[in-house]
Design a protein around this ligand. Structure first.
Ligand code: FE
Length: 340
């Protein structure tokens, strides 16, 4: 009898293990580093029973990793917080194209790849942040005007190695050409308050500390600073205002975080389910309220904070150009010695 019970227990164990092996999964490589993302993935798992395994790293590092892994890659999905890296992943043959009604309906044309290789999830603007004490918004107008002599020694902006800056400059190469973009970068370099250091938030903190008067940074970091647990951030952000440049002249530079299905995805159905999920109204509201980003789904309103800054004109260029001109932007930053 004991033997029968033991063998039955063994059988049950084997069956359970078998089931566990058939656990539904999707593997995500992502460069996004925000709490809101984990919240969304947990919610997806709860609703669908699909476990999401996450590998987090810099966008360019993940691209190199997928290239090295080739068809053995575990990645089913690639998320990165910049259109340039999505375009690099596409042109390196790491993504596959999909035609999907839900995605096409939830995401406007201009925020996804024409050929279905990547899809925007959130939008952010790269704006001018200014000292409320020392600068009046009347003095601000365009990115181009930052070369004005009145800004000598006053501008704060992070390193050239940062993809957000590379994409900003790529957008200028795309719209004005290489030489004009280079001229802009070299004068900005001369107008800097200090050698680039720190992340976006560090620039606003430096404005508040009087190191410079204006900074270039992404909108959602203002939200993150306002609701931060860190007193240095909350007190700094009270001393700055947000300005959307180029409202009568080309629009404010925007970028996206986006997602692509990898070429060698082994869990394609689950991956597409997650892609759809992240563009639906619920998920889009979480991106908007918890990470202060602009939703891509037009049925979802931005958060109250973002609405309080008002509507703005966005730079009207195809976002794939940010990837196309990335090499030029990197070369220009080198040539003008941006980081030294
Ligand atoms: Fe960021």
């Amino acid at each position: 009898m004991k033997k029968i019970i033991l063998s039955m227990l063994l059988l049950v164990t084997i069956l359970l293990t078998g089931c566990a092996e058939k656990e539904q999964v999707v593997n995500l490589y992502t460069s996004r580093h925000y709490d809101a993302d984990q919240e969304l993935l947990d919610q997806f798992t709860e609703e669908t029973g699909i476990t999401v395994n996450v590998v987090k790293d810099e966008g360019s590092t993940l691209i190199t990793r997928m290239e090295a892994e080739g068809e053995d890659t575990l990645a089913d999905l690639f998320i990165t917080s910049d259109a340039a890296n999505l375009e690099v992943a596409k042109s390196s043959g790491l993504l596959q194209s999909i035609e999907n009604e839900v995605l096409n309906e939830n995401i406007p044309n201009n925020l996804r790849d024409d050929e279905g290789y990547w899809f925007g999830l959130t939008m952010r603007a790269r704006v001018i942040v200014y000292s409320l004490d020392r600068v009046s918004p009347d003095e601000l107008s365009t990115y181009e005007d930052l070369v004005n002599d009145k800004w000598v020694g006053k501008i704060l902006i992070r390193s050239a190695s940062n993809i957000y800056n590379q994409s900003l400059l790529s957008s200028f190469v795309a719209t004005k050409g290489y030489e004009e973009a280079k001229e802009w970068a070299s004068v900005i370099k001369n107008n800097m308050a200090r050698t680039p250091e720190g992340n976006d938030r560090a620039q606003a903190i430096a404005v508040a500390a009087g190191i410079g008067d204006i900074a270039i940074m992404n909108t959602y970091y203002i939200g993150k600073m306002i609701y931060s647990d860190d007193a240095e951030q909350t007190s700094a952000v009270e001393k700055v205002g947000v300005f959307f440049p180029n409202q009568d002249n080309g629009g404010t530079h925007v970028n996206i975080s986006g997602i692509g299905l990898t070429k060698h995805a082994k869990n394609k159905d689950n991956a597409i389910k997650l892609m759809e999920y992240l563009t639906e109204e619920d998920a889009q509201s979480i991106y908007a309220s918890a990470n202060y980003e602009y939703p891509v789904n037009p049925n979802v309103e931005p958060s109250e904070l973002l609405k309080s800054w008002g509507e703005f004109e966005t730079q009207d260029i195809n976002l794939s150009l940010l990837g196309e001109f990335n090499k030029d932007a990197v070369a220009i930053f080198e040539e003008v010695n941006w980081d030294n």
